[in-house]
Design a protein around this ligand. Structure first.
Ligand code: AHR
Length: 345
């Protein structure tokens, strides 16, 4: 049986109204979650993978800027070459990412590429080491360690050690295995030592680049041991170098430890993230480690969130750090009037 025409028209009209109401309702309910999960595009240029510290640092950033946290991250490993990092930055600029995170190998040589990022309106967050640029507005902010303070704290610890053991300053015969020359970590830790040598009158026998690696640490230490027979302190600028240096010392039959009055060679270093080094610390093979905190990821996340809210973050953001030691007598050190406790392991 046919429906009367006016009833069919009425039904069609009601159906059209219902569809219109539904199509209005759909975006209203889905709009909010969509804006909540906005994806932020980030390009991260890491300088390389020279140490355990570096691996922990990379992991921390990759974990914080994860897909689950709303990020689309492009990660590039610079393989210890600044040229690779510059290429990566140019690629990020071309991709028009929302932010660039840069862990620079050395301090200089960044002005041009950072200017390109600024011209493209891409905020740059520097992590770990610093960049030495004329125009500080080329980057938004920085997060990392106070490397010179790390060096000063270590030297205050060595000074305390020599005092409580009645060792005259000139009887500390030190060799110094440096990190990558021109990196902020090397510059700060080296400055800390050089100033202490001047201040206390220690005998600094030699300084050489160990590139923050175990292999170079071992090579450099072997060559120091060939040149000098009175070494009693080895100042390594990271734990990987210290592990290499210990191998070189033990290969000659000498003992590592803090009993330098009885012929041991005392090793000190920086980082505190490498399990083998922490084990050596507990065994007394490394006497003191200046912590270098690699957990920058959550801080970078906070800085990006601040920028996303349209706010200006703090320009320089320092991570907290301690000193680790297996020598129980030294419980704290004082640097520039400030006292820092030592974590005894
Ligand atoms: O810049 C931080 C330093 O770089 C760490 O001490 C070292 O292990 C790393 O390679």
């Amino acid at each position: 049986m046919k429906k009367p025409v006016h009833l069919t028209v009425l039904l069609l009209l009601l159906a059209a109204i219902a569809t219109a109401c539904r199509s209005n309702a759909v975006p209203e309910t889905t709009e909010e979650p969509v804006s909540d999960i906005k994806t932020v595009n980030v390009g991260f240029s890491q300088l390389g993978a020279e140490s355990d510290w570096r691996s922990a640092h990379t992991d921390s950033i990759l974990t914080a800027l994860s897909k689950e946290n709303g990020f689309n991250l492009t990660y590039k490993n610079g393989q210890q070459k600044q040229a690779n990092q510059v290429t990566a930055l140019r690629m990020f600029i071309q991709q028009d990412v929302d932010y660039i995170v840069l862990a620079p190998e050395t301090e200089t040589g960044w002005d041009f590429v950072l200017k390109e990022a600024k011209d493209a309106d891409i905020p740059v967050i520097i992590v770990d080491r610093r960049v030495d640029v004329e125009d500080q507005s080329l980057y938004s902010c920085w997060v990392g360690s106070d490397f010179e303070l790390e060096g000063k704290k270590m030297c205050a610890w060595i000074n305390e050690y020599s005092k409580i053991n009645n060792i005259a300053p000139e009887d500390l015969h030190i060799v110094h295995i440096q990190g990558t020359l021109g990196s902020t970590a090397q510059i700060g830790r080296t400055r800390g030592l050089n100033n202490a040598v001047q201040e206390y009158g220690w005998d600094l026998l030699a300084q050489e680049n160990g590139e923050f690696t175990e292999t170079r640490g071992k090579e450099v230490m072997a060559s120091f041991l060939n040149q000098f027979d009175n070494i009693n302190v080895v100042y390594c600028e990271n734990d990987n170098e210290a592990i290499g240096a210990i191998e070189a010392i033990e290969a000659t039959g000498r003992k590592v430890g803090s009993d330098i009055k009885n012929g041991e060679i005392m090793v000190v270093s920086f980082d505190g993230i490498n399990e083998e080094a922490m084990q050596y610390l507990q065994e007394g093979k490394i006497s003191c480690i200046g912590e270098c905190n690699p957990l920058h990821g959550p801080r970078v996340l906070d800085l990006i969130n601040t920028l996303e809210e349209g706010k200006e973050p703090e320009k320089y953001n320092y991570v907290p750090e301690t000193l680790f030691s297996s020598v129980p007598e030294i419980k704290s050190v004082t640097v520039d009037g400030e006292t820092y406790s030592v974590t005894i392991k």
